[in-house]
Design a binder for this molecule. Structure first.
Ligand code: UD1
Ligand code: UDP
Length: 356
């Protein structure tokens, strides 16, 4: 079988690594990188570290307005699909690269597989929510990471060929965590000790593109009086500079460029607590048993909140400061994301559903 996989943004490299490895044992995979993320530390570092095969196509689309970026991708992906004629097209998650790949495949009536299907924040102001809903509704085979995701799809009338296989990001953790602990020197390099620092990541437009919200978050980080390690996404750097927050931030906390996956795993596993608005980081905090303070009003990873390991605080100064002091997570975990074998399960189902 010829499977054409589409990736383009940081979380998709991490999701694609284990599945690409599994697919290539039995099938031919064509890998398309849209180029949505292009800095070395947002793209190449992951391909190298995770040993993702060199993409067959790199579209080099880069940044732009949503319509512009998605439209350019759609145009280029369609050309490749017409040339390669794959048996199936595979997309991951909820970025503009996901949506462009889904539309291109659906319009050509190709079989579309969505990995990380069924997630909902029920917040249509998030670009990702639009991408998820549209992708799910044109997909032929939907791989969900949780029971909630399956239920979300059911409520929207999507019941056929929906499988709960667990979360593919857990596959990546299982495969890489020991190596991360052994190989990464990031704690030494930054001069921090295990469980003596907080880890922060922020990149959602609701937090970065709003001056008021970003100032509130940054002030809270300053005032919690803890050592904070903050790998800064390029979108966030742009706005921190624009709002005149950059100089003070870099003086008061350990602000670093985005890090590779192994360094990130090491930083996450050894953090006392994690503050984030990232979807992937919320899950990883849960998987690694680190309390997570989520700087959003809602989450598609609701199980992490229900299980007592995640708390939603929005961009609210008082709530961030209070939760850093008081939120300690839970003592037990239900392992809501499966057992780290999502890629194997997906491959088995792909074989049995070839004739769908
Ligand atoms: C995108 C995804 C988001 C995902 C995130 C992962 C969409 C709509 N959003 O958001 O779901 O959580 O990736 O990180 O698809 N930039 C650089 N270098 C890069 C990449 C981006 O400088 O390599 C800067 C550019 O100024 C760009 C901005 O970051 O305009 C935003 O990049 P973009 O890919 O549009 O969205 P993200 O915020 O990264
Ligand atoms: N990540 C990383 N380096 C960083 C920040 C994040 O390797 O500096 C990883 C993180 O461990 C997770 C993924 O990137 O696996 C999450 O991606 P991101 O936060 O960009 O997007 P989201 O998950 O919110 O879509």
């Amino acid at each position: 079988m010829k499977i054409l996989s589409i990736i383009g943004a940081r979380p998709q490299f991490i999701k694609c690594a284990p599945l690409s490895r599994a697919i290539r044992k039995e099938h031919k995979e064509i890998l398309v990188h849209t180029g949505q993320h292009y800095d070395i530390n947002m793209s190449e570092i992951f391909l190298k570290e995770l040993k993702i095969p060199e993409p067959d196509y790199n579209l080099g689309i880069g940044s732009g307005r949503h319509g512009e970026q998605t439209g350019k991708m759609l145009l280029e992906i369609e050309k490749i699909l017409l040339k390669e004629k794959p048996d199936m097209v595979l997309v991951y998650g909820d970025t503009n690269s996901t949506l462009a790949g889904s539309l291109a495949a659906a319009k050509l009536q190709l079989k579309l597989i969505h990995v990380e299907a069924g997630l909902r924040s029920f917040d249509r102001s998030m670009p990702e929510e639009i991408n998820r809903v549209l992708t799910d509704h044109v997909s032929n085979l939907l791989f969900c990471p949780t029971k909630t995701a399956v239920q979300n799809l059911k409520k929207e009338g999507i019941c056929k060929r929906v499988y709960n296989v667990g979360d593919i990001m857990l596959d990546s953790i299982v495969y890489n965590q020991r190596q991360a602990e052994k190989k990464s020197n990031i704690l030494k390099e930054l001069g921090v000790s295990p469980k003596k620092y907080l880890l922060a990541t922020i990149h959602r437009p609701a937090n970065t593109d709003s001056r008021e919200n970003l100032i509130s978050i940054v002030n809270a980080l300053f005032d919690v009086n803890e050592t904070i390690v903050f790998p800064i996404h390029p979108r966030t750097e742009k706005y921190l500079r624009q709002y005149g927050l950059w100089e003070t931030l870099t003086q008061k906390i350990i602000a670093i460029p985005p890090v590779g996956y192994l360094d990130m795993l090491k930083l996450e596993a050894n953090a006392l607590k994690i503050l984030t608005d990232s979807g992937g980081v919320q899950k990883e905090a849960y998987m690694l048993g680190v309390p997570c303070i989520t700087i959003r009003e809602n989450t598609e990873w609701i199980e992490t909140v229900e299980d007592g390991w995640n708390v939603l605080v929005g961009a609210n100064y008082e709530q961030i400061v209070n939760s850093v002091k008081n939120f300690c997570g839970c003592t037990s975990k239900k392992n809501v994301f499966g057992t780290g074998d999502a890629s194997e399960k997906i491959c088995k189902i792909l074989n049995s559903e070839f004739d769908l």
